[in-house]
Design a protein around this ligand. Structure first.
Ligand code: SF4
Length: 342
């Protein structure tokens, strides 16, 4: 049995064709799945014999909300979801005046082992299916009644190491008969999985690409991001230049700022030099402490000086506001709660 949420509209059309349904039934089934059908019998307008034929091989998945916490500071909502096999993942919904952003997970745990990240302590348990990725969007919207305007793949896992399922989930989210998310409202973030970055550069996928640079010092990056040994910074910078030649849209560089580690003007200068020729915006993220990790957050002044270094050189640089501090809801803190809950 397979989940209908694991298939794009085109694939559902092919499934319907193999079952000898009329041509238009593929769209009808796809729309039914994304207009709230909780099981195949709920799909409106589909004859009973078609439903029966589908049910022999397929089902429509749901997602169990194991826990939910709402920040008293800024109304950020953290969801702990339990998957069919008992594994748990988190999604974080961040309401804001201008837009509501949902941070979703792409894997249970992560294999990348980044030294500053709580999720890394879990190791990789498994990839999420396409349906499990999409369900985070459906169940956080339904669970809060909030309209999600913006989706970021920055929760648990390295999205480009679960690329086939992430790619499919984005296609369904983009689909006009699915959720019709435009390119501008979906961001996929990576630590730099080069072969997949190349594929993204060579194609026109409907999302923005963010790269977690972390530091411009290759040796330090080897320690902070073990994946750097496989895909080193210098090659990532080359790939970013290649991306900029092929796409008008700027890349987003994510730069967590750790006190005394990567937050000096020298660090800013090194990043600036390394990324010459790349069209990018910079998102400076003062680090959120994770229990058991030695990294600390720099002062507000340090973050402002780091930001100013780039804005003075014509590069758009932002400082990300901390969200959900009282519920461990900010990025990089997901797994600590998961582990505590067992
Ligand atoms: S920072 Fe991202 S890529 Fe690195 S271990 Fe954490 S989840 Fe994985």
């Amino acid at each position: 049995m397979d989940d209908l949420k694991n298939f794009t509209r085109q694939e559902i059309k092919e499934i319907c064709a193999t079952l000898d349904f009329e041509k238009y039934r593929g769209d009808q089934v796809f729309e039914g799945v994304y207009k709230g059908a909780e099981n195949i019998d709920d799909i409106k307008g589909l004859p009973a014999k078609h439903k029966q034929a589908l049910k022999e091989k397929y089902f429509i998945s749901g997602l169990k909300t194991a826990a939910m916490a709402v920040s008293k500071i800024d109304s950020t909502v953290k969801f702990l979801f339990e998957l069919e096999d008992g594994e748990k993942i988190e999604s974080v919904l961040i309401p804001d005046k201008e837009r509501n952003t949902l941070c979703i997970s792409s894997q249970v745990g992560c294999a990348c082992g980044c030294g500053f990240c709580a999720t890394a302590t879990l190791g990789l348990r498994r990839n999420l299916t396409c349906g499990e990725i999409i369900n985070q969007f459906i169940y956080t919207s339904n669970g809060t009644g909030l309209k999600v305007d913006n989706l970021v793949f920055m929760g648990m896992g390295e999205p480009l190491l679960n690329w086939e399922n992430v790619k499919k989930a984005v296609a369904i989210l983009n689909d006009e008969k699915g959720y019709h998310f435009s390119r501008a409202r979906v961001t996929v973030s990576t630590v730099g999985i080069l072969p997949v970055m190349k594929e993204i550069a060579d194609n026109d996928y409907k999302f923005k690409l963010a790269v977690s640079i972390i530091t411009a010092d290759n040796e330090l990056r080897d320690k902070l991001v073990p994946m750097n040994k496989k895909y080193p910074l210098i090659e990532i910078a080359k790939m970013c230049r290649y991306f900029s030649k092929k796409h008008e849209e700027p890349l987003m560089f994510e730069y967590p700022l750790f006190a005394g580690i990567n937050d000096s003007i020298k660090d800013a200068e090194a990043l600036y030099q390394l990324m010459k020729g790349v069209n990018y915006k910079l998102n400076v993220i003062p680090y959120n402490s994770v229990s058991g990790k030695e990294f600390t957050k720099p002062s507000r002044e340090t973050a402002l000086v780091f930001q100013e270094f780039f804005t003075a050189r014509g590069i758009m640089a932002f400082i990300r506001k901390e969200k959900g501090a009282d519920i461990s809801g900010a990025c990089g803190q997901l797994a600590a709660v998961y582990r505590d809950k067992g």
